[in-house]
Write a protein that binds this ligand. Sequence first.
Ligand SMILES: Nc1ncnc2c1ncn2[C@@H]1O[C@H](COP(=O)(O)OP(=O)(O)OP(=O)(O)O)[C@@H](O)[C@H]1O
Ligand SMILES: [Mg+2]
Length: 501
Amino acid sequence: MPPAPLLELRAVAKSFGGVAALKGVDFTLDAGEIHGLVGENGAGKSTLMKIIAGVHAGDQGEMRLAGDVVRFRSARDARAAGIGMVHQELAIVPTLSVAENVLLGMQPRNRLGFIDWPAMIAIAKRHLENLGLVVDPRAEMASLPLGMQQLIEIARVLFSGARLIILDEPTSALSPPEITRLFALLKRLRAEGRSFIFISHFLDDVLAICDRVTVFRNGAKAGAARVGDIDKAWLIERMIGAGHHELEESYLGEIQLRGPEGAADAAVVLAAEGLGRGTSFQDVSLTVRAGEVLGIYGFMGSGQLDLARALFGKTPPERGILRIEGRAVRLRNTTRARRAGLAFVPESRRSMLFALEPLYKNMSISVLDRLARLWLKPKREREIARRHIAQLSIRPAQPDRPLGTLSGGNQQKVALAKWLTFAPKVLLLSEPTRGMDVGAKEDVVRIVRRLRNEGLAIIVASAEPETVLALADRILVMRKGRIAREFANETVSKDRLLAAA
Ligand SMILES: Nc1ncnc2c1ncn2[C@@H]1O[C@H](COP(=O)(O)OP(=O)(O)OP(=O)(O)O)[C@@H](O)[C@H]1O
Ligand SMILES: [Mg+2]
């Protein structure tokens, strides 16, 4: 008889307030396996993982670990059984040092009961080096690129002794070299006998790193296979049904950029000359015309996200001139930027959404406009929300539901929906499709194109080549804070973008 799987779930069901998130799913994971889990936004992936990690209790079903029935009452129970999880939204403490984050809750203490700093730094240093992570254990977490923070969170889970590690969308904030590094790390740990569940909307990543893959659809299992036996079309078909193969394929080949021709006679809406800020970006000059989508691509940390933030007045540029419709403007803060006609959807949805507030409110409020929105009557707010929910296929389609109960990808759609109500002159989107499934990405492409055709000037900043390729008419590539190359009016592919970055 073959040995029992490391983890086996049978008929696991879970509802939230009468809504079934999981409708009786089976799942198995072998020791020393990297197992991919894919499915549309809201399919139930994170919910199942939270049950495995002891965060949620399942309503029904059975879980076996190495053959024995287990029932975790808390994340601590799961940790004690060797299960660790890196959540979709990072759980690091940004104000603490790297070492403190790695040893969180397990810091060595000296005889007086205080944290033994030298020992802690030394232990963290050794652990990080073993994992091949070059980083100062004393550095403050917040000062590090998001990609490194993510790797350190994985290091933390490993340090806690986990032998089964759940990674919920670990690659969405990583640049290609960081992904390569993460995959090398996973393979090494797999060889040592650790097991992983790897959730991702990047199907290429799943096919590249996983041994097996399970597909969820609407809270149920829609298929499982060895990765060598299937391809991307197989996955997409099980995720959202037949006839959608082209969704992902469209980003794989050569893309013909429309270039400035499409909008050549249109007025320049935003023009920047020689923008610079500290070490984040330098000498950035660019223009965006009405009816044009400008893509700004670069690896994580190459300055494109800082630039987007600066254009919106979040961290104003220190040098250079910015013109909106020909007039020089000084965007010292975001209120001014908004008055000048700029709107911004930041990459971190947590910074702009209110988890406890209902959906419809999140579509009309913004941090700065909380009072200004009083003119919108609740009835009208709900109507607008209903329209956006339909247009973006936001699920569940309930305007009154607290935002925090939506799946990650659906929260991202809500963040975008707001700007459909208050159409600005310039729309800045930072990582607009992060965490979205292939179908949702397609919705975003459709909406961005519509806004462009209505005459908006749009800037899309992203570290995902697929995102800029799918959305942009013209692409600037940033490297180390500078514009390294422009692609316009020519064909471009993922490979050519990566080569320029
Ligand atoms: N705490 C909660 N309260 C109420 N409903 C919830 C809660 N957590 C999840 N849900 C609901 O359960 C369903 C499954 O959500 P889940 O987060 O597991 O999806 P997912 O597959 O991880 O999606 P994504 O790819 O967008 O992260 C969704 O309909 C979601 O709205
Ligand atoms: Mg999720």
